[in-house]
Design a protein around this ligand. Structure first.
Ligand code: AMP
Length: 295
């Protein structure tokens, strides 16, 4: 049986009544796809209870962003998870799952709500944070609140939102939250496009255009893998400036994967991160790659 809790009050009572057990948490904004479901499956396999939250969080959208048109498909989401639960034999394994999907925004932010959780600018001012001011404050504020309600042992985050994963890890470490963050690999479609709830906004032609994002990330990754880092850098610069000329990029950067700074002498792994605008839709993606100093 899948429990569905639609108010904070209901959820608090539910949580208070849970026996001592391993709780895994998967926060989402819904409109689930196989990327989300891979997180849910991992949590089901490794915990007694899995809590999946679905909340389109207004605080992480800017004034001219797509909060209103963000797809809300709760009925379909529940049935996808029900299928996963059944097909994975999780009932027989004694696993349990509950949805927390607040019915109204005021369940999470009552009218007198007045707190923001903010991770410093060093991590949040780059990449997505540069073009989406306040976005990460919205993310950490809602995730902190959800953590307080859910009290998970483990929380599952996709590496598709790599900067978000680093920001949440920073918050957990700075605030001494006793939660283990589990990063999960990016799920892609057969053409290599990272799955995203926003992909459905793309027309056929736009989908073709969007494929430039995973393609260039792969091209840069290959260059880094096949060359000494010193040799690779000027080649990458050229690739990036070529691609920037012909598409509408928000950013396309190669940064140290631990602190999102320019790669430095001690950098071991870099993240190749891109955000591309295709029509009205903004897509993000990234790839991690180890640097090669000896070749
Ligand atoms: P969202 O609903 O887009 O906020 O995403 C909820 C969680 O699912 C976040 O931790 C995302 O990083 C993760 N996620 C979204 N897309 C993918 C994907 N293609 N592969 C793996 N995880 C993903």
């Amino acid at each position: 049986m899948i429990e569905i809790l639609r108010s904070t009050h209901q959820f608090l009572i539910f949580r208070q009544n849970l026996p001592e057990c391993a709780v895994g948490f998967v926060p989402t904004m819904g409109n689930l796809h196989s990327g989300h479901l891979s997180l849910v499956k991992e949590s089901l396999e490794n915990n007694d209870w899995t809590i999946l939250s679905i909340f389109v969080n207004p605080k992480q959208f800017g004034p001219n962003e797509d909060f209103e048109r963000y797809p809300r498909t709760l009925g379909r989401d529940v049935s996808l998870v029900r299928d996963l639960f059944r097909e994975g034999g999780f009932e027989e394994k004694g696993k349990k799952i509950a949805f927390f999907c607040p019915e109204k925004v005021s369940e999470v932010y009552p009218p007198d709500y007045n707190t923001t959780i903010s991770v410093g600018n060093e991590l949040t001012g780059r990449l997505c944070g540069k073009s989406r001011p306040g976005h990460f404050d919205g993310v950490t504020t809602v995730v902190f609140q959800l953590f307080s309600l859910v009290k998970p042992n483990k929380a599952y985050f996709g590496q598709k939102d790599y900067q978000q994963y680093l920001v949440i890890k920073r918050m957990i470490s700075d605030l001494n939250l006793n939660i283990q963050i589990i990063p999960m690999p990016i799920k892609r479609d057969k053409d290599g496009l990272a799955l995203s709830s926003r992909n459905q906004f793309l027309t056929g032609d736009q989908k073709t255009e969007a494929l430039v994002l995973p393609k260039i990330l792969e091209k840069i990754k290959k260059t880094i893998k096949e060359n000494n880092w010193l040799t690779a850098q000027p080649i990458i610069k050229e690739i990036i400036s070529d691609y920037k000329r012909s598409h509408s990029w928000d950013y396309l950067e190669v940064l140290d994967s631990t602190d999102l700074k320019e790669p430095h002498e001690e950098s071991h792994t870099v993240v190749i991160a891109g955000a591309l605008k295709v029509g009205e839709t903004r897509l993000i993606d990234n790839k991690l790659v180890e640097l090669n100093y000896v070749r």
